[in-house]
Design a protein around this ligand. Structure first.
Ligand code: NAD
Ligand code: UFG
Length: 338
């Protein structure tokens, strides 16, 4: 049965891919986004891919009146909550913006949901809540130890959602802890479009490949990993959003609090990623090893067993496909949506 889903942050990188998956699955989609880190063109592209459009509301999640109006005008069954700020380094210099957008924004959203009697929410959390893990793979019961204001906002919102669910057994919450989302829709029409200097590895590599930047800086090659460079669990954004659709059905079927890692369970080093991208693009990626980036951890990958067990979900797409799809998006849109 199709649901009506409010997607906060739906014009962003992951949100726009979620809109495609939701529309393709027959759901009705309402996007609420303030466009602070995205473009409405992403939603036009979603329309192009699906031949159906989400309803777009240009508003901020901290705007209680705007949220009340959405819930009054539509019978919303569930919320997918992507909206928020996500740059780790920026969160250190602008912590109040992060607490305001991510924590206050989530509180205002939940108050509006509660007033409207909307009980189901799927929340974008992050593996960053684990901080520097004592061991890998990381299971959901590993200690939480965020190392940045951004990470603390995710942990705080998890806490708020936990208490909100505990207050009423009819409520249902999925806390989805993403590992490292990469890749793009295979149409090449939507993808990751960072503003300014990319903080993350995959957009940086693809900008080097397309000639937007000279070379990649590899942040340290003296970690205790297979080749000395940082190891992460990269997950194709389409697999990630498939996990969200499974979680949407799961929260509807099983009211409760569900904390679930979304990762592949495989670690990939920076140099392995460079090699895979060179293979997929047929371009050389010049790089230089520089100092470690402050706050980085050596390695991090998920134990995805709970997602397999609860959601019957497993990542399907390999590193070759992640690189090929990122490359198609980057080549077709060298300046993103601009
Ligand atoms: P994104 O920046 O592309 O998307 C976030 C969207 O939220 C943007 O469209 C932005 O305009 C919107 N937004 C921000 N603040 C808002 C506000 N106050 N009101 C309304 N809209 C607002 O980021 P993304 O990569 O798509 O990430 C989506 C979610 O997933 C975020 O919550 C992020 O923290 C989380 N996450 C992302 C990653 C990653 O590596 N991309 C990893 C773990 C978790
Ligand atoms: N790296 C480089 N050069 C770059 C960028 C990154 O060598 O220009 C390296 C990093 O040192 C790290 C790896 O590539 O070893 C991945 O770095 P990213 O910045 O792409 O990803 P992180 O794992 O540091 O962080 C990301 C998101 C966080 C999220 C976390 C866990 O930025 O928001 O994944 O999901 F919390």
């Amino acid at each position: 049965m199709g649901q009506t889903v409010l997607v906060t942050g739906g014009s962003g990188y992951i949100g726009s891919h979620a809109c495609v998956a939701l529309l393709e699955a027959g759901h009705t989609v309402i996007v609420l986004d303030n466009l602070s880190n995205s473009s409405e063109i992403a939603l036009q592209r979603v329309h192009q891919i699906c031949a159906r459009a989400p309803l777009f509301i240009h508003a901020d999640i901290r705007d209680a009146a705007a949220l009340a109006a959405v819930f009054e005008a539509h019978e919303v069954d569930a919320v997918m909550h992507f909206a928020g700020l996500k740059a780790v380094g920026e969160s250190v210099t602008m912590p109040l913006s992060y607490y305001d957008n991510n924590v206050t924004g989530s509180l205002v959203l939940l108050q509006a949901m509660e007033a409207a009697g909307v009980n189901n929410i799927v929340f974008s959390s992050s593996a960053t809540v684990y901080g520097d893990p004592a061991s890998v793979p990381i299971g959901e019961n590993s200690p939480l130890n965020p190392t940045s204001p951004y990470g603390w906002t995710k942990m705080m919102v998890e806490r708020v959602l936990t208490d909100w669910q505990h207050a009423d057994a009819g409520r249902s919450v999925a806390l989805l802890r993403y590992f490292n989302p990469v890749g793009a829709h295979p149409s090449g029409l939507i993808g990751e479009d960072p503003r300014g200097f990319p903080n993350n590895l995959m957009p940086f590599i693809s900008q080097v490949a397309v000639g937007e930047r000279d070379k990649l800086h590899v942040f340290g090659d003296d970690y205790a990993t297979l080749d000395g460079t940082g190891v992460r669990d990269y997950i194709h954004v389409l697999d990630l959003v498939d996990g969200h659709l499974k979680a949407l059905d799961f929260v509807a079927a099983k009211p409760g609090l569900h904390t679930i890692n979304l990762g592949t369970g495989q670690g990939v080093s920076v140099l392995q990623m460079v090699a895979a991208f060179e293979q997929a693009s047929g371009r050389q990626i010049p790089y230089a090893v520089v100092a470690r980036r402050p706050g980085d951890i050596a390695q991090c990958w998920a134990d995805p067993a709970r997602a397999r067990h609860l959601l019957q979900w497993e990542a399907q797409r390999d590193l070759t496909q992640m690189c090929a799809d990122s490359w198609r998006w980057q080549q077709g849109n060298p300046c993103g949506y601009r």
